[in-house]
Ligand binder design. Structure first.
Ligand code: GLU
Length: 466
């Protein structure tokens, strides 16, 4: 049978890193085996689901590049199908109507708690006739005997005794299907071969297996992925900083860096830290995912991000960077080629937000000079070299690093000064004090007109200071 996996988020918030990692593992498993990957939106909880969350999930998946082959399927579009299965289970005696009152269930629960028993439904309506026209729920008739045993691809063999499981509700009084029913029907109809999901669902699995068995279905394999903890050992949450995938984009992460970081959370291949997508697909094995929870480490994520900024295809980095340039009010089309700017500045940033900041001066006049550099560089002694450089630079027909360098060397030779006497004030004049590459390259990228304008501004500033 060909492999098919799915990612089945409930749209009750943004796509968080835990969900993204589960999606990645599922996606990798499908890609590795030449299978298909399904996106399913589990929106049956009408009160908590909303369209914004659906959009946030789709946006997150798209940004990460986790493209799906089928879907998105929406559970709310499949109610008729769930109803069909509920009726089938009823007709075959695998389910029954229950009209136990809230009070009765509450009393039952209290009694069990008082006796220190696990709260569970006692099967009161199993053998009762319940009028279908009266308000009722439908429960699955869980077997009493035996146990459910399955080989989890991550956890190994797991066994649950059936007498631990009660008769779960599969259809609520309002007619809506419950999570365990809709998941089972979908996994079955969609032909899912490996259910890869968070281990918070592990206790649902034996219930789902029992329903699948009642339907005579072939069982998928299960892989329960451990959760992600914050660096303090508590479950990762907003309190630890960003948890939404899109927030990481806004903070200047590259999707490939986040994917690379996430794949390493709970999975490894020797000491290797950096994995291209192709390598991940080749090397990832769901069977090698750790059982234990992993801790999120922002430092390491930034280290990986920096790696992709420094080593990635500059055109790709520039493409992703342009959004962040836009955030600074810069249209990179109206200035030097962003790819060239990336090549000279990418050593200086851990995030695309930082990279945008160090690239900004190539496109836009800065507001003010770095105060410390100003004290050192903008002195009376800077006037003559700057003036001479301006005169020679304005006469240059060819605005290329070699020609610019020749001019600068000529100025220092002519004035018999060390290069720093020109270099320091000129660099400050043109960059405002931002980290920058060699002066000839900096000037070339800033452009002749802007460079001359900035030298004039510096001369004016220096004169104002005297
Ligand atoms: N909708 C569930 C969730 O978001 C996942 C269910 C599943 O993967 O089986 O937690």
């Amino acid at each position: 049978m060909s492999i098919k996996t799915r990612f089945a988020p409930s749209p009750t918030g943004y796509l968080h890193v835990g969900g993204a990692r589960t999606a990645l593992f599922s996606w990798l498993h499908a890609r590795k085996h030449g299978g298909r990957f399904v996106l399913r939106i589990e929106d049956t909880d009408l009160e908590r689901s909303n369209a914004e969350s659906v959009n946030a999930i789709l946006e997150g998946m798209t940004w990460l590049g986790l493209e799906y082959d089928e879907g998105p399927f929406y559970q709310t579009h499949r109610f008729e199908r769930y109803e069909e299965i509920v009726q089938q289970l009823l007709a075959e005696g695998h389910a029954y109507r229950c009209n136990c009152s809230k009070e009765r269930l509450e009393e039952l629960r209290e009694g069990q708690m008082a006796r220190k028993e696990k709260p569970r439904y006692d099967g009161h309506c199993r053998e009762h006739y319940v009028d279908p026209d009266e308000p009722h729920v439908i429960r699955f008739r869980n077997p009493h005997e035996g146990s459910v045993v399955f080989d989890d691809l991550v956890r190994g063999r797991l066994a649950f005794s059936n007498d631990e499981l009660d008769d779960l509700i599969i259809k609520r009084t309002d007619g809506s299907p419950t999570y365990n029913l809709s998941v089972v029907v979908d996994d079955l109809d969609m032909g899912i071969t490996q259910v890869i999901r968070g281990d918070d669902h592990i206790n649902n699995t034996p219930r789902q297996i029992n329903i699948l068995k009642a339907l005579g279905a072939e069982l998928p394999q299960y892989a329960h992925v451990p959760m992600i903890l914050g660096d303090d050992g508590a479950r990762l949450s907003k309190r630890h900083g960003a948890v939404s995938v899109m927030q990481y984009r806004d903070q200047g992460l590259l999707p490939e860096a986040l994917l690379n970081y996430l794949v390493r959370l709970g999975w490894s291949h020797g000491d290797q830290e950096i994995f291209s997508l192709d390598e991940m697909i080749e090397l990832f094995d769901i069977g090698n995912v750790n059982k234990a929870a992993s801790s999120f480490n922002t430092e390491k994520l930034l280290w990986i991000n920096q790696h992709y900024i420094k080593e990635g295809d500059p055109a790709r980095v520039a493409h992703l960077l342009s959004v962040h340039m836009g955030d600074l009010g810069i249209d990179p089309a109206l200035g030097p080629d962003l790819v060239e700017v990336v090549k000279v500045q990418r050593e200086r940033a851990k995030t695309l937000v930082e990279l945008a900041e160090v690239c900004a001066f190539f496109y836009k006049d800065f507001d003010e000079y770095n105060a410390n550099s100003m004290k050192k560089a903008f002195t009376e002694a800077a006037i003559a070299p700057l003036e001479r450089a301006r005169a020679l630079l304005s006469g240059l027909d060819e605005w290329q690093p070699e020609a610019i360098k020749r001019v600068l060397d000529e100025v220092v030779a002519e004035l018999e000064i060390g290069f720093g006497k020109l270099g320091m004030p000129l660099r400050l004049a043109v960059t405002g004090g931002a980290p920058s590459p060699d002066l000839d390259v900096t000037l070339q990228l800033v452009g002749q007109e802007a460079s001359l304008r900035r030298i004039d501004r510096a001369l004016e500033t220096i004169r104002g200071l005297l």
